[in-house]
Design a protein around this ligand. Sequence first.
Ligand code: ATP
Ligand code: MG
Length: 379
Amino acid sequence: MHVLVLGAGQLARMMALAGAPLNIQISAFDVGSGNIVHPLTLHITGHGLNNAIKQADVITAEFEHIPHEILTVCEQSGKFLPSVEAIKAGGDRRLEKALLDEANAKNAQYFVINTREDLDAAITNIGLPMVLKSALGGYDGKGQWRLKEASQAELIWPEMEACIQATPTQAIVAEQFVPFDREVSLVGARAKDGSIAVYPLAENVHINGVLSLSTAIDDPALQEQALSMFASVAARLNYVGVLALEFFDVQGTLLVNEIAPRVHNSGHWTQQGAETCQFENHLRAVCGLPLGSTKLLRPTAMINILGEDNLPEAVMTIEGCHIHWYGKEKRAGRKMGHINVSADYNAQLQRTLCCLAEVLDATTYPALHHFVQALKPTL
Ligand code: ATP
Ligand code: MG
């Protein structure tokens, strides 16, 4: 089986690693350059979308910000999964919000802004404070503004207007600020026959809009709410593949923040912590194979390595730590790799995270250090 992935980043790379034992070969299509590349070495193996499509049995995507012309050609080949509709919904907050409403998945109240008058109408309609997000092209908290008082509208409007004008069909989606207790996400897979397998929820800590730490959690009441919303969104899209839903937990009630129609950073822990990792399950789903068990094997956490291409060697000596580098060039804040930390039971996982915090600095790994600080009184 030969799967073409639109996008040549770490998610395509990890799909290739997970697919190899099943004899599933991966090629990556670098959307920017039009090159077909090997997902691990990034060596160019061919050129052009049509050639890439010809070689593939199945086409899928590792990100949602893909030019629509490329999506259309892929869809016409009849090989593309999950679906162009799902990818577009993940890449356009207007479509995403409409989808969530149609699927009866609770989410923060919103208002679409195209003009200065719309901004005032948004304030009247949804109240303050609010979060403003570009409809297209947002990731890792980029293209966002916070509005606490109406008087700030004058100050931020020029930036918002420039953002709207920079891209045709761009708009801003204003959203009620959600006073959440924590953020969680549900990653799961839906097969061609409509069967679903979801992983345990992950609790996610974001620093400056970027995921820093994810931990698999056991919370049956939240899991049930999340599964019900996952099932209805996935069914509405007739989805095939891995899908992630990010939620705000507000006093035990979940609101969907956003969806990701692909394997997701908050599911990387499954490489060590679950019976079948998210990358393998995505490939199984799009290749029409049965889904693998999503059972938790061991308590596991994931720490993102941001803007660093080096780790102290000591990390390799800590039992339960698994390093995953992405082979990318170092850039400030860039996702360069992650560390999965597994243990036999929760208290052991906490102790291992404490050991890790002793060798990783607090500036680069703030969420790990906050986590360890919060544990101190109980250890
Ligand atoms: P991603 O990399 O996950 O795609 P993104 O740029 O699409 O990120 P969001 O997930 O929408 O952005 O927002 C980034 C973070 O900002 C969230 O994880 C959350 O911490 C915060 N945030 C977003 N929307 C709200 C809201 N309505 N109320 C409160 N906080 C919010
Ligand atoms: Mg997000």
